[in-house]
Design a protein around this ligand. Structure first.
Ligand code: GH3
Ligand code: MG
Ligand code: MG
Ligand code: MG
Ligand code: MG
Length: 291
């Protein structure tokens, strides 16, 4: 059996809605929509459905148009769609599958088959979600991982160079973290990594990026209104972390910061300069920032 999920059932006929709902509702939570337009609205809102059962023939937008729009938006593209329709022709089915639907069920429906197919696709969807989460996020801190950072940061740097707006990179490294591990144990070290990560997340605006670069090193990227705004943000992070005192342990970080310039060429270039600045911050006494 698949896990309990949220299924959106879309059909203009109340009778069809009822029949489909009675199939699915024992296994899953359901939402219903009576038009294509309503389906798009519900699909975008949180919590998003894990699967959509979609009628084809409806007044207003038909199911094919709805499916096309769902697949065109990054917000809804990963929601599996199963057409449930009276259209029996090969051509109709081919069209539905080509538009990105995972399955095509014809009416009159056979409840046991509907449930089996729904469960199969929900299992696959939830597995895919889990894999995506593992691919993008650091398990310990919940921040983006290095792999995702490099992917997104590369694009961010290219965009900032093309459109000539400022983009800053902070390389943040916990001071004497090895001693913290040695003195208080690795599990305590892990907890401190989480607490430091929380500060970075809370300080961020939604468009900023915070990632765990590795071990006890973090990268933050953001586009401030001006250079002093960038320094203020870095100082604020320094101060917030030094005031944390998790478990009454004194924890500080050093920050190296760099603004993307054309000579950097790419993310690797600007990251190298942020890393050099970090070395200076360490050399100059730690718990400080250098540009
Ligand atoms: P510095 O101020 O020069 O940065 O000193 P440091 O001790 O922080 O630097 P160093 O690079 O020598 O040590 C980093 C330590 O971070 C060593 C490693 O055991 C620890 N570390 C890396 N990843 C983790 C982790 O996931 N959990 C814990 N608890 N420790 C980690
Ligand atoms: Mg219909
Ligand atoms: Mg380090
Ligand atoms: Mg080190
Ligand atoms: Mg360190």
């Amino acid at each position: 059996m698949s896990e309990k999920a949220l299924v959106l059932i879309v059909d203009d006929s109340p009778t069809n809605l009822q029949v489909l709902a009675s199939c699915v509702k024992n296994c899953h939570r359901i939402k219903v929509a009576t038009s294509g337009e309503q389906c798009l609205q519900i699909a975008q809102a949180s919590p998003q459905p894990d699967l959509i059962l979609l009628d084809v023939e409806m007044p207003g937008m038909n199911g094919y148009e709805v499916c096309e729009q769902l697949k065109a938006s990054s917000l809804t593209a990963s929601i599996p769609v199963i057409f449930v329709t009276a259209l029996q022709g090969d051509e109709d089915e081919r069209r539905g599958l080509e538009l990105g639907a995972v399955d095509y069920i014809t009416k009159p429906i056979r409840p046991a088959i509907v449930i089996a197919r729904v469960n199969t696709h929900i299992t696959l969807k939830l597995q895919r979600d889990k894999l995506n989460k593992m691919a993008f996020y650091d398990q310990l801190t919940g921040l983006y991982n290095r792999h995702y950072l490099i992917d997104v940061a590369t694009k961010k740097v290219a965009r900032s160079l093309r459109h000539h707006y400022d983009l800053w990179v902070l390389m943040i490294d916990i001071d004497h973290f090895k001693q913290i591990n040695d003195n208080y144990g690795h599990p305590m070290g892990d907890d401190i990594l989480k607490k430091v990560a929380e500060v970075l997340v809370l300080d961020n605006r939604t468009e900023d990026l915070a990632a765990r670069f590795g071990g006890e090193e973090f990268v933050v990227m953001f586009d401030p209104s001006d250079d002093s705004d960038a320094v203020i943000k870095a100082q604020r992070i320094l101060k917030k972390i030094s005031k944390l005192k998790p478990h009454n342990i004194s924890v500080t970080v050093s920050i190296g910061m760099a603004k993307v310039v054309a000579e950097d060429g790419n993310f690797e270039g600007v990251l190298k300069r942020a890393d050099q600045a970090l070395y200076r911050a360490k050399d100059n006494g730690r718990n400080r920032l250098e540009i």
